[in-house]
Design a protein around this ligand. Structure first.
Ligand code: NAD
Length: 257
């Protein structure tokens, strides 16, 4: 068994810029020799994704649009991957969204529209993508998504995103059950707080980072590289016995309090 992922192809969903957790995953997988395909949601992120993908050595990566709220785009994206690449070995799903005004104040004020939007993009999209990708993982595969401790316990201001992450973690377990018979594993990484574009939407994010530095066993915050390396482990045969799991990469903060 080895960490080398030479000859394997992975889809990276959710790079927005160089701070994105998805980019940390991409760099780690690239370092292990994997071939990458990138997808982006909105038109405005395309340039940034193409520029970053272009910085990776070797054969240029395929870059495709896949707004996960759009069924036709999901179908077209995976049809194109099937046509161009055929076989894939895994997907890094690093996608979430909630209205900024609902990541502040009280959860009880969440609107129906905001609740459904957060669940649609941050949880259902994993189910939709797993379904679209299943047949492309004919040799088995590994799907990794990103969660947060706010899905397990109340984290002030995380609000609707916490409820969406609880849904995502249950989603992982049900997908793991269904897809296990095809040799496809499904896991989540519960990452500690990292200063990214999405994190900017969470009110008072700086004090959350300070709390981790003070209280987490490792006394430091999490980096996208640490999350990327754990994802690479989950994509490799080294983790072949693990599915339906939620691995905390958070300097150990989840054991406190
Ligand atoms: P990010 O803003 O860099 O990435 C979020 C990505 O989601 C962006 O690329 C965005 O374009 C994409 N996205 C949003 N709506 C989409 C849609 N409709 N279709 C396709 N893509 C869409 O932020 P990030 O922090 O790297 O977030 C990646 C994942 O990590 C998210 O699931 C997030 O909840 C999770 N996470 C983040 C932290 C943190 O502190 N940053 C901690 C734990 C988990």
């Amino acid at each position: 068994m080895t960490f080398s992922l030479k000859g394997k192809t992975f889809i990276i969903m959710g790079v927005a810029n160089k701070r994105s957790i998805a980019w940390g995953v991409a760099r780690s997988l690239h370092g292990a020799g994997a071939k990458l395909i990138f997808t982006y949601g909105r038109d405005r992120t395309e340039r940034s994704v193409r520029e970053l993908a272009g910085t990776l050595e070797g054969e240029p990566s395929l870059v495709l649009q896949c707004d996960v709220t759009n069924d036709e785009q999901i179908t077209a994206c995976f049809a194109k991957i099937k046509e161009d690449v055929g076989l894939i070995h895994g997907i890094a799903h690093c996608i979430a969204f909630a209205n900024k005004d609902e990541l502040d104040g009280e959860f009880v004020d969440t609107t129906r529209e905001g609740f459904l939007l957060a669940h649609n993009i941050s949880s259902f999209s994993l189910t939709a993508v797993a379904k679209a990708a299943k047949d492309l993982m004919a040799e088995g595969g590994s799907i990794v998504t990103m969660s947060y401790l706010g899905g397990e316990r109340v984290m002030p201001n995380y609000n609707i995103m916490g409820v969406a992450k609880a849904s995502l973690e249950a989603n992982v377990r049900y997908l793991a059950y269904d897809l296990g018979k095809y040799g496809i594993r499904v896991n989540s990484i519960s990452a500690g707080p990292i200063r990214t574009l999405s994190a900017k939407g969470v009110s008072d994010f700086n004090s959350i980072l300070r709390k981790i530095e003070e209280e987490a066993p490792l006394k430091r915050t999490t980096t996208p590289e640490e999350v990327g390396d754990t994802a690479t482990f989950l994509f490799s045969d080294m983790s072949r016995g693990i599915t339906g799991e939620n691995i905390h990469v958070d300097s150990g903060y989840h054991i406190m309090g």
